[in-house]
Design a protein around this ligand. Structure first.
Ligand SMILES: C[S@@+](CC[C@H](N)C(=O)[O-])C[C@H]1O[C@@H](n2cnc3c(N)ncnc32)[C@H](O)[C@@H]1O
Length: 199
């Protein structure tokens, strides 16, 4: 069944993975910049893809632990191989999606979802879960695609994305889940960047 899902939702091609991380490099740099002021000790990523952002976080911010979920076996293997060299860091990457966050114990200073929000089938439930996972002075960072073609709407599972006003819907859902949006800006890549803190 997973072979039938589109590449962005379940990458099975290495070439697609390389292309994705090349295009997203400015987003990764932006996300690291947002996290720098808090020097996170525990970093969590939802839909880590090739692990390029996690690698930048490991190298630049040197957290004690990096955890995350991604439902693509190829992405899990790619990201795990990439993070192997950070021997002093606890790395806990698992095969799974945004519905599996309850399996991780403890709180996280930094939680990031870059281009994965549109694949969450019950975003309100995931945001409520994230509110329980985030440290009191932690940051939840999103990078969200601004342009999604009409044909893609047919298979995207996220009702907020499908509503046609993704950012507006996110802002409301984030508020309802107990987050305050501190930064909401257009990135160099054309995506939208959000930094949220517990309200
Ligand atoms: C477009 S890629 C983005 C990858 C990376 N975060 C980036 O910004 O380059 C989307 C990633 O989210 C993962 N994904 C798909 N559905 C997901 C879900 N429900 N929860 C978490 N990750 C998901 C995919 O396997 C893929 O690796």
């Amino acid at each position: 069944m997973s072979e039938k899902l589109p590449q962005p939702m379940r990458p099975t091609s290495r070439i697609f993975g390389w292309l994705m991380e090349w295009l997203a490099e400015p987003n990764y740099q932006w996300a690291v910049k947002q996290l720098k002021p808090i020097s996170p000790r525990r970093y969590f990523e939802i839909g880590f893809g090739t692990g390029r952002l996690a690698e930048l976080v490991a190298r630049t911010l040197k957290p004690e632990a990096i955890s995350g979920v991604d439902p693509s076996e190829l992405m899990l293997n790619t990201a795990s191989a990439r993070l192997k060299r950070f021997k002093k860091m606890t790395v806990d990457l698992r095969l799974g999606d945004d519905t599996k966050l309850g399996e991780f114990a403890g709180s996280f200073d930094a939680i990031v979802a870059s281009h994965s929000f549109q694949f969450w089938s019950d975003p309100e439930a995931t945001l409520r879960r994230l509110r329980t996972m985030i440290a009191t002075d932690g940051r939840l960072v999103f990078v969200v695609r601004r342009h999604i073609s009409k044909s893609v709407f047919e298979w995207l599972p996220n009702p907020i994305t499908k509503s046609g006003d993704e950012i507006g819907g996110m802002l409301k859902a984030l508020g309802d889940a107990g987050f305050h949006v501190a930064v909401n800006e257009r990135l160099r890549s054309g995506s939208q960047g959000l930094v949220c803190v517990p309200a």
